[in-house]
Design a protein around this ligand. Structure first.
Ligand code: NDP
Length: 444
């Protein structure tokens, strides 16, 4: 009988129908069995049962008026999951698929990810089922202002510091920050991902994608491989995907495929990132438009088909469960030797198992995409100091953080008898620090 089976049973009972949350917790508890065996005092102190229960969950109504004068109602969420090692920290997601289970899976993962960065940040996540697609700037602004009207009661620079995620970029952070400042009458680093003129950190925009490549380069080097000369597929074409692609090109690899939620493009000569940036960051267009400018490229309807493209390295950077067992089999059959998760939990449990079984170099999200939140924590430091570092300084710190995450995850995997399994290594290394802090702080 597994020591942590009761904990999982309780999670399922207490959080019915929250499948993504169950999936995230189940993977972590599986990895933590050897830790539970080694630390009976943590089992006795209820650390495992406590870490899966958020410290606080706020669910609220967001009411706003659309351009036609109609009243719209959305649901807002903020889950403050764990503050053992620092203020709650994690992004806000605006997407119609958002529900409490998705926010809880993301918040739970965030605890361990933030711990892995080595920086003093706890775990949280939030968002809304608001769909930003097709909305005017005015509608986005009114939504963000009303969302912040409630959220402002629960956050603060030393309490909870939200950031961007799917559907929340620089524009939305601006509207959210403006409203917070107006309500509180204070200029503090309460959000990260801010504009460079008003407290943002250089290299934050690039950080998740760059960090993903720095992490994967470490993992690849350990196996005598690298991005240099490799053919790469990157799913998504948002913040993470764009800057991962930029860094792959800088490291000498070639990205040949990218996607959005409608379909994917394949450009055998290598994706021209300036076209993608114009279409996605400025014009907010669909990726299918790419082929109008590059006739040698092709567009295929259906985003999950991107994994049929032959590649050496795959960087899933769109959303959860976008890469299933079938896709994993196809990638492996086509000779793919490394997968780095830019998105949160993009691979299904079946896909992860196949990658590990087949000795694919696999960088799990909570380690591989931690560069974004790490740089957000660097933004918090700069805000507290009322000072800013150069792009090169932040980038160097990011690179160092990602190398340390790789080192800690691979050493933890080895120490607990699972050499090369970075899923187990990241879960264990992230957990040890949080568990030790929770234990020291008493039964709360
Ligand atoms: P963006 O909103 O900038 O981009 C998201 C991309 O993924 C878009 O191309 C979008 O396509 C696609 N996408 C979104 N939902 C789906 C879906 N259901 N099916 C298929 N494609 C989809 O988000 P980010 O780049 O910021 O985030 C991407 C992933 O990375 C998320 O999992 C996020 O949690 C994770 N992440 C982000 C960090 C950050 O710093 N931004 C940090 C760590 C993790 P479309 O435009 O058609 O919707």
């Amino acid at each position: 009988m597994k020591i942590l089976a009761d904990v999982m049973e309780q999670v399922i009972k207490r959080n019915p129908n929250e499948t993504e949350f169950h999936q995230a917790v189940s993977e972590v508890l599986e990895s933590l069995e050897p830790v539970a065996e080694k630390h009976p005092e943590w089992v006795k102190a209820g650390i495992f049962s406590r870490i899966v229960e958020p410290e606080r969950q706020v669910v609220f109504r967001v009411t706003w008026v659309d351009d036609n004068g109609n009243v719209q109602v959305n649901r807002g969420f903020r889950v403050q999951f764990n503050s053992a090692i620092g203020p709650y920290k994690g992004g806000l997601r605006l997407h119609p698929s958002v529900n409490i289970g998705i926010i809880k899976f993301l918040g739970f993962e965030q605890i361990l990810k933030n711990s892995l960065t080595g920086l003093p940040i706890g775990g949280g996540k939030g968002g809304s089922d608001f769909d930003p697609k097709g909305k005017s700037d005015g509608e986005i602004m009114r939504f963000c202002q009303n969302f912040m009207f409630e959220l402002s009661r629960h956050i603060g620079e030393n309490t909870d510091v939200p950031a961007g995620d799917i559907g929340v970029g620089g524009r939305e952070i601006g509207y959210l920050f403006g409203m917070y400042k107006k309500i509180r009458n204070e200029f503090t680093g309460v959000l990260t991902g801010k504009g460079l003129d008003w407290g943002g950190s250089l290299a934050r925009t690039e950080a998740t994608g760059y960090g993903l490549c720095y992490f994967m380069e470490e993992a690849l080097n350990a196996k005598g491989k690298s991005f240099k000369g490799a053919t790469v597929s990157v799913s998504g074409s948002g913040n993470v995907a764009i800057y991962a692609t930029q860094k792959v090109h800088q490291l000498g690899g070639k990205v040949v495929a990218m996607s959005d939620s409608n379909g994917y493009i394949y450009d055998p000569e290598g994706i021209k990132l300036d076209t993608i940036q114009r279409l996605k960051e400025i014009e907010r267009q669909r990726i299918s438009k790419y082929v109008d400018f590059h006739p040698n490229a092709t567009y295929t309807e259906g985003c999950s088909n991107i994994w049929n493209v032959k590649c050496d390295i795959a960087l899933p950077s769109a959303t959860q469960n976008e890469l299933d067992g079938e896709a994993a089999k196809t990638l492996i059959a086509n000779g793919c030797y490394a997968v780095g998760e830019g998105a949160n939990m993009p691979s299904t449990p079946e896909a992860v198992e196949l990658f590990i079984e087949n000795k694919v170099v696999f960088g799990p999200a909570k380690a591989a995409n931690a560069g974004g939140v790490a740089t957000s924590a660097l933004e918090m430091s700069q805000n507290s100091m009322r000072y800013s570092w150069s792009f090169e300084e932040v980038d160097a710190k990011l690179k160092n953080i990602m190398a340390n995450i790789y080192k800690n995850a691979s050493e933890a995997a080895k120490e607990y008898g699972q050499e090369d399994n970075l899923v187990a290594g990241a879960n264990i290394a992230g957990f040890l620090k949080v568990a030790s802090a929770m234990y020291s702080q008493g039964i709360l």
